[in-house]
Design a protein around this ligand. Structure first.
Ligand code: AP5
Ligand code: MG
Length: 221
């Protein structure tokens, strides 16, 4: 089973993907997490990626597609399936994903759009903290850690992402609402799209996502 979670920055993709991956037994693949790892490796490409991330700009399609397709071609991910979070973000990426999967006899089964109003997104991002060890996600208002500054699950330090501050926030949201949003039509035409209201409590959103994906799957083929 191969799933895609589409949503604007701060809509809750990372928060929900961890729960959905457990519920459906698939691997959570976040292109942003892959890029943040690459940005830390000290290579020339890593340094270029870091500059793009800090400015809130998209990494070029060619590099993004190569990185994600090679990651999801690992035998365990082919066998168990994937939940893609943050990829694809452009029509070119969506087409390359379909082509790459079909070359391996695979396909996308279901795409869910996590719908949250823009003003709520800005507020959520300003209160987000991430754990250094495993990128578990917290929020000072809606999902605070039990001990300030420490991850509940692994005890590692929490930090704020550089792109959650300053002009990068609005730039990322502009890219989503001007460009990535076009993917909804692409997947609607393929009759794979479901929409879930992401502006509810975290547990309620999880329950609605699980129902939506279950509802979507039997209709395939
Ligand atoms: P990425 O890491 O994917 O960042 P993003 O798209 O900006 O999305 P976020 O991680 O900000 O939001 P999220 O939806 O995961 O929200 P979260 O669950 O954390 O990408 C980073 C960068 O990498 C990009 O800017 C780009 O440079 C590059 N990149 C990545 N993919 C690329 C691609 N395909 N092509 C090109 N470049 C690419 O939740 C947010 C906050 O809200 C948290 O504090 C959380 O606790 C809280 N929260 C969650 N749900 C709720 C709820 N229901 N109610 C209240 N609070 C909630
Ligand atoms: Mg995320």
């Amino acid at each position: 089973m191969n799933l895609i979670l589409i949503g604007a920055q701060g809509s809750g993709k990372g928060t929900q993907a961890k729960e959905l991956a457990k519920a459906f037994g698939v691997h959570h693949v976040s292109s942003g997490d892959l890029f943040r790892q690459a940005a830390e490796d000290g290579s020339e490409v890593g340094t270029q990626i870091k500059a793009l991330l800090d400015r809130g700009e998209l990494v070029p399609d060619e590099l993004t597609v190569k990185m994600v397709l090679s990651h999801i071609s690992a035998p365990a991910l082919v066998h168990d399936g994937v939940l893609l979070d943050g990829f694809p973000r452009t029509l070119a990426q969506a087409q390359a994903l379909d082509d790459g999967l079909s070359r391996e006899g695979r396909s996308i089964d279901c795409v869910v759009y996590l719908d949250v109003p823009r003003d709520i997104l800005v507020h959520r991002l300003s209160g987000r903290y991430i754990c250094k060890a495993h990128q578990h996600v917290y929020n000072i208002e809606s999902n605070p850690p039990k001990v300030a500054g420490k991850c509940d699950l692994d005890g590692s330090d929490l930090y704020q992402r550089t792109d959650d501050q300053g002009p990068a926030v609005q730039k990322r949201l502009d890219t989503f609402f001007n460009e990535t949003i076009q993917l909804l039509d692409y997947y609607r035409q393929q009759q794979k799209l479901r929409t879930v209201n992401g502006n509810q409590g975290i547990d309620q959103v999880t329950a609605n996502l699980v129902d939506s994906i279950r509802d979507c799957l039997p209709q395939k083929g």
